[in-house]
Design a protein around this ligand. Structure first.
Ligand SMILES: *Cc1c(COP(=O)(O)O)cnc(C)c1O
Length: 369
């Protein structure tokens, strides 16, 4: 029996019921719809202070944010950057765009994020940086990684696309390493449709980032370019929506955590399910609530997804590890990431999800045979 469209529970949908329309309309009325405009700088400064950083540099999307950050740090062809194998493909692609090579590290079984031990094993003479990913909203264990990076003189970039407001030992992620990047794609914790942001405390890095974002046009001489830059700008129209979203981010974050608590309560006693982790030092933003379907569960992950789809419930499988994709095929071993990828399923996690809908999802999981 197919649920009607009305009863369908999406994996994610944006909540645009604040001042998004008002601010966007103001852009249209005033004609400030391109990348100059007050909303861009306002979004940059308010998002940076949300992250506890001095500077924000808005970009066209989260992938562009990572690429720009790597270029500004001087990552170039021949370099290697260590990246978790379990991530969204953008993390690896952004490294490839610079001409550097992503070198993959396995996941940590306790946090599902990059393993500090495996980072250390993957360091070679060409390694220049570590790009960590706060996967599904859970923070990476930064302290050991920052130690390793200091010892080997490596940059640390945080891909925080899935982790707006996530806390590591009481501090928000994004400004824990050298530079942090965010995405505002439609399914992220706050959205501008498409959009991204880089945050940093470093004045020189910020100047590099803004220069490179705007075709590297000389600030002293118009249409003079000393090097090859990019057009990676965010529009004022998008930033207007971002400002409105940011006004309500605390409510969104509280709701994400309440959804996670609700799922955890309803699913705790289901045999064969492993629930999303939260380390004692972590405050996860639970961007996507994720569970592992173990051998003790009556169905495997894909059969559970099909069973939920029949009931009108959208889910997503955990990402395929990068080392299994054709452009990045690499020999392991990556046992932890492969296990997570085989068993992991993202459950509906939209801030607009009602408690009744969460109960329906949990009920459908409990009745799966
Ligand atoms: C969404 C995402 C990105 C890229 O963001 P876009 O805005 O879609 O380019 C990068 N890394 C991770 C881990 C993501 O989830």
């Amino acid at each position: 029996m197919d649920a009607t469209l009305k009863d369908r529970i999406p994996i994610s949908e944006p909540d645009l019921s604040g001042k998004e329309l008002e601010y966007a309309a103001e852009c249209v009325r005033s004609g400030w719809i391109s990348s100059l405009g007050a909303y861009v700088t306002r979004f940059e400064s308010s998002f940076a202070s949300f992250c506890g950083a001095r500077h924000g540099v808005a970009t066209a999307n989260g992938t562009a944010a990572i690429h720009l950050a790597l270029v500004a740090l001087g990552i170039k062809p021949g370099d290697e950057v260590i990246v978790p194998t379990l991530t969204f493909v953008a993390s690896a692609n952004a490294v490839t765009y610079t001409g550097a090579r992503p070198v993959f590290a396995d996941s940590d079984a306790a946090t599902w994020t990059i393993s500090p031990q495996d980072i250390e094993r993957k360091i070679g003479p060409r390694t220049r940086a570590v790009l960590v990913v706060h996967l599904y909203g859970h923070p990476v264990d930064m302290a050991p990684i920052l130690d390793i990076a200091r010892k080997h003189k490596l940059w640390v970039i945080e891909d925080a696309a899935e982790a707006h407001g996530t806390e590591y030992r009481g501090r928000r992620v994004g400004n824990l390493g050298d530079v942090g990047t965010f995405s505002f794609y439609g399914n992220k914790t706050i959205t501008t449709g498409e959009g991204g942001m880089i945050v940093t405390d470093d004045d020189n890095l910020r100047a590099r980032l803004t220069l490179l974002r705007d075709q590297a046009m000389s600030p002293e001489r118009r249409y003079w370019h000393d090097e090859i830059g990019f057009n990676y700008r965010l529009t004022n129209l998008q930033a207007a929506i971002g400002v409105a979203q940011l006004e309500r981010i605390e409510t969104f974050l509280a709701r994400k955590r309440a959804i996670a608590r609700c799922y955890a309560d309803l699913l705790a006693d289901v045999p064969g399910l492993t629930l999303a982790p939260e380390a004692p030092w972590a405050k996860s933003s639970f961007w996507m609530y994720t569970v592992l379907v173990e051998d003790g569960f009556p169905l495997d992950r894909d059969r559970l997804a099909a069973h939920l789809a029949e009931q009108g419930i959208d889910t997503r499988p955990v990402f395929h590890p990068m080392h299994t994709l054709p452009p990045y095929r690499a020999a392991g071993p990556f046992p932890v990431a492969e296990n997570l990828a085989r068993r992991g399923i993202n459950l509906p996690s939209s801030v607009r999800l009602t408690d009744a809908q969460i109960q329906r999802v949990a009920g459908a999981i409990r009745s799966a045979r």
